[in-house]
Design a protein around this ligand. Sequence first.
Ligand code: FAD
Length: 571
Amino acid sequence: MDVLNYDILIIGSGLAGLRAALEVLGIGKERLRVAIISKVQLMRSHSVCAEGGTAAVMHPEEGDSLELHAWDTVKGSDFLADQDAVMRFVNLMPEEVLFLEHWGIPWSRRTDGRIDQRSFGGHSFNRAVYAADKTGFFEMQTLYDTLLKYRTFDRFDEWFVTKFFLLDNEFKGVAAFDIKTGEFRAFTAKAAIIATGGAGRIYGFTTFSHTVTGDGISMAYREGVPIKDIEFMQFHPTGLIPSGILITEGARGEGGYLLNNKGERFMEGYSPTWKEVAPRDVVSRSMMIEIEEGRGFKGPNGLDYLHLDVRHLGADMINERLPLIREVSIKFAGVDPITEPIPVRPVQHYTMGGIHTDINGKTPVNGLWAAGEAASVSIHGANRLGANSTAECLAFGRVAGAEAVRYCLEGPPKGKGVPKELLEIEKRRISNLLEKDGRENLYWIRRELRETMDHLVGVFRDEDALRAASQKIRGLKRRYQDIRITDKGKAYNTDLVRALELENMLDVAEVVALGALARTESRGAHARRDYKKRDDENWLKHTLAYWTPEGPRFEYFPVNVTIWEPVERKY
Ligand SMILES: Cc1cc2nc3c(=O)[nH]c(=O)nc-3n(C[C@H](O)[C@H](O)[C@H](O)COP(=O)(O)OP(=O)(O)OC[C@H]3O[C@@H](n4cnc5c(N)ncnc54)[C@H](O)[C@@H]3O)c2cc1C
């Protein structure tokens, strides 16, 4: 098998991967050989879908401050975020926004020309910089443009990474195949940054692209790297019926209301001060209660819903600031928000946990970093605030990039590449998978997995449901052993890709369900009906899940509380 040698591999070309790449190329100059590997074409990463904004303190003269951004984030996280990491994050962000500005992003502006900011859930100041409601698209475009100034990197678009090689606690390389041709190769490097995104697609009703299947998280986990806090899954209040496409929080940030079937603005009862712009966990729970108590509208396939009303904002405002949500509502729900309310309900939206890293984005393995949604640095804790994720990708993409360069340039000479026999074993594993001709249809297994997660590991959880979910997932994992891959070809074998993704999703889903079962408290997005209260005495701690053949083994370690002692979270 051909082996390609690099200094640094960046796995994933979303916001985190591209920001890391710019840092690596900027500091590394021409001294390092860099490769960016992505299973989709660069600009098809889910990051282009980010809509509403990116959080940063840009106008301290008007009363915002880094401390306030940090406090909002820590309170939003239900005190599970590491406070030192949060402080670092908020400190880095204003500069990141200006970098993008200098690289040419068309931020939306105030009439005086300064960068505008809009309101977002749980932020006590208008803190989300934005580019209409296509913020992620413009951020990605800007990073990509800037990346093209550098010539010293190789791109492997539509290459699927199947395995990380970690030996003696050191990163050695990865195995990957070209989806276009089926060609299989090994990549060796001194360091890698995993920027493979979250695992939203383990759910059926989700805002995430079909490619967001937790691959990096799962592959790291199987090699012994722990997953942190992944029982915390975010549900965004406003997923469009019936597809789950996101209607940005910016719609409520700009003044949109949520209404039940009686026409009541029910958030006034649940969160008198913050109403619709309370944090996502609070709004999603309130909406589910309204629906469960019969104050929703009947929807298709059990997807009962509520109304998001933006009509009072007026056509001009909607066309200028929310053009995408108007287009999406018209095309995918047949509803024009200028004249009708939008049908919405809570939808899976974010993977709070991820690969365990320290405050520098470094995993416990030497030479291996993780950034963006794949990572858990831990700034989101039990509930992420809106606009803090694109921001995290920028801030910690940069940090991880800089650290990886330092490691490559300053450290001692790094050990040898991947032993040949390990490469052969991996190659054989993939060709055996390709040959599989079992009785199980992998797409049915995938559908059952998603139904299980939607129904049993949703906004509200309890022991019976979580136990049933984990048993179901175990069963699906057994059935996975007997799948059939119908397409035996080499070019664009999407059957093979889906099979590999399904394996990854099953592993991650199992950790989510069992982690949630183990955590006998309610905190942030993890709302247990049988343990309704937050329990700081026993559970103010991070979960680490380690892979074993029998399923995850959990360990716990303390949260870094450097500034604010946990208090009751009120909105
Ligand atoms: C609809 C929507 C709207 C959002 N709006 C906002 C917002 O307004 N503000 C905000 O802060 N956040 C928002 N978010 C969240 C935010 O966009 C994401 O968390 C963030 O963009 C994730 O970026 P990432 O770089 O970590 O991963 P991604 O953008 O998901 O990229 C992952 C990359 O990894 C690659 N990859 C994965 N697996 C493999 C593999 N096996 N082999 C090779 N490559 C692989 C993929 O090809 C891709 O390039 C939104 C999310 C969605 C879905």
